[in-house]
Design a binder for this molecule. Structure first.
Ligand SMILES: C[S@@+](CC[C@H](N)C(=O)[O-])C[C@H]1O[C@@H](n2cnc3c(N)ncnc32)[C@H](O)[C@@H]1O
Ligand SMILES: *[C@@H]1O[C@H](CO)[C@@H](O)[C@H](O)[C@H]1NC(C)=O
Length: 232
């Protein structure tokens, strides 16, 4: 008559909480895949873990999502969020600017939402669907949905040309190819703020902060004399 309860360490148990230290080898795989913009080549264990997270997620009613999300983030979503200091430097660098702003790799949406509060039309692109859903929910909860929009999209497949302001806090290896892409797509006058890692060959207009919170501001020059000649 009575069902045998599932053991707490049985992954089929909805209360199962993997030991992050031990089980996060698949986190690493997801993180690596994010860097190279390729679908994750998950081990069987990783695939099983994601399947469980997916199944648990779909089984939960919309009302419960906000409460469960922080747990999911801790388990399955490795990324580095911007610090409060970093965010304040970003918007100090962009003082007096307005219009559209794209946060490349928007994470949990904090920069895009800060941009919306500053009067920008903020967009975030992010590969990780959980972070995108979480960002949308947070923007909605804070009444910012009209000015902070999030897309599950690969930055390398995103046409940057319509943005007047770009914020990027990515990984170091991303900066060189990104510089090339931005040189090809962005219009003169576009402001770019790079966080923590500078663009390798362009000359910044300003540098604010220090250490891991450093941000660099670049402005796309008038392209009349030579196209995309933004080198130093
Ligand atoms: C260092 S985190 C920064 C998050 C956020 N911008 C912030 O400052 O809090 C970089 C983010 O870029 C995302 N990312 C990495 N490669 C990407 C790609 N090819 N397209 C879109 N997003 C990507 C990662 O998933 C991660 O959330
Ligand atoms: C991006 O969009 C602009 C404006 O629509 C267009 O002129 C340009 O060719 C596009 N670039 C790429 C790489 O698709």
């Amino acid at each position: 008559m009575s069902k045998t309860p599932l053991a707490s360490d049985d992954p089929a148990n909805v209360n199962y909480r993997p030991n992050i230290q031990e089980d996060c080898d698949f986190c690493q795989q997801i993180s690596e895949a994010g860097k190279s913009s390729k679908p994750p080549q998950l081990s069987q264990r990783g695939a099983v873990m994601l399947g469980i997270v997916g199944a648990v997620f779909t089984g939960i009613s919309a009302a419960l999502v906000p409460f469960v999300m922080p747990g999911l983030r801790r388990v399955a979503l490795p990324y580095i969020p911007a610090s409060a200091a970093q965010i304040s430097y970003v918007f100090r660098a962009l003082e007096g600017r307005s219009g559209s702003l794209l946060d490349i790799g928007s994470g949990d949406g904090r920069i895009t939402m800060a941009a919306a509060r500053q009067g920008f039309q903020g967009h975030g692109v992010e590969l990780n669907i959980w972070l995108v859903l979480y960002s949308r929910w947070r923007a909605w909860a804070q009444g910012l949905s009209r000015h902070a929009k999030f897309y599950k999209r690969d930055l390398w497949k995103t046409n940057l040309s319509s943005y007047q302001n770009i914020v990027i806090f990515g990984v170091e290896s991303m900066m060189a190819p990104l510089e090339v892409k931005m040189g090809q797509e962005l219009n003169p006058g576009t402001n770019i703020v790079a966080c923590r890692f500078p663009l390798p060959s362009w000359s910044p207009v300003t540098k604010l902060g220090d250490g891991v919170d450093t941000v660099w501001l670049y402005i796309i020059p008038d392209s009349v004399i030579g196209h995309s000649q933004v080198t130093s």
